[in-house]
Design a protein around this ligand. Structure first.
Ligand SMILES: [Zn+2]
Length: 275
């Protein structure tokens, strides 16, 4: 009976394990050669790249938001009674799906960029530290402390990734509302700022926008001369959710009668006072 040879595949070393080896090496030996340092730097780079592949968390987060808003119809909650209905939402699915893909792409590019910067910073710090170790090694160094100092930027990555996911999630939700509202024939957005929410770091200029109405340029009501801007057009300000951590909302308005009276032109007043 043939012996089954089980080739146990060795698990590649994590960044932390590689860094531990590198720090131990230099504490024991001190600086020896440029070649050795480049080789350690390279090992660290490879190990850190291996750990960067986790874009899945962000993708899942954004896909869950998409599912809630589009598949399960959650986006309709921000729509008034005369706004977009389930049928229109369903019809728009391909466009909204594209928006999801765009947000996933943006998030993964940002995460990649942040990672690359963090890895570069870490390698730089490692090389800087090595150059400070005396020839022949040292007994003075606290190995754990040294590693922690070098790791810094990389350890923050989980936090930074989550932040990217949250920001892109806001943008996704806000853009879904925007796209379906435009498609549904909205004529304005009423700004809603959460400045009253305790602990929310609102922007002052966004608080000032609270309850204001921003017209959509070239909507049918503008084109027919029924309404005029009072607080300006929506394309003149940053969109809700566009700036980092902005959780403001832009709630669509579909009928000129739903706007305050000062938005109606003379023609608009004649038109809507008829009834
Ligand atoms: Zn805001």
């Amino acid at each position: 009976m043939a012996m089954r040879k089980k080739a146990k595949k060795k698990r590649p070393k994590t960044f932390f394990e590689t860094l531990t080896e590198a720090v131990n090496y230099y504490i024991d030996n001190g600086w020896d050669s440029e070649k050795a340092l480049l080789s350690w730097s390279n090992k660290l780079r490879i190990a850190s790249h291996r750990e960067t592949a986790d874009a899945a968390t962000t993708r899942n987060h954004l896909t869950a938001i998409y599912k809630r808003l589009v598949i399960d119809g959650g986006a309709l909650k921000d729509q008034p009674a005369d706004g977009v209905n389930a049928f229109t939402l369903k019809k728009m699915k391909p466009d909204l799906r594209k928006e999801l893909d765009r947000r996933i792409f943006a998030a993964s590019e940002l995460i990649k960029l942040n990672r690359t910067q963090a890895i570069d910073k870490t390698i730089q710090r490692f090389q800087g530290w090595v150059s400070s170790v005396p020839p022949g090694g040292t007994n003075a160094a606290d190995r754990v402390e040294q590693k922690r100092g070098i790791m810094g930027a990389l350890e923050d990555q989980g936090y930074i990734d989550r932040r990217v996911a949250i920001v892109q999630g806001h943008k996704l939700a806000s853009n879904v509302t925007f796209l379906i509202s435009i498609q549904g024939g909205a004529i304005a957005f009423k700004w809603h700022s959460s400045w009253r929410r305790p602990g929310y770091g609102y922007r002052k200029d966004h608080k000032d926008r609270d309850e204001k109405y921003y017209l959509i340029r070239d909507s049918w009501a503008v084109t027919q001369g029924l309404i005029k801007p009072v607080d300006g057009y929506y394309d003149e300000i940053t969109a809700a959710g566009e700036e980092v951590y902005c959780s403001c909302k832009a709630l669509p308005i579909y009928a000129p009668q739903k706007l305050p009276a000062e938005f109606l032109t003379e023609k608009g007043k004649r038109e809507f006072n008829r009834a």
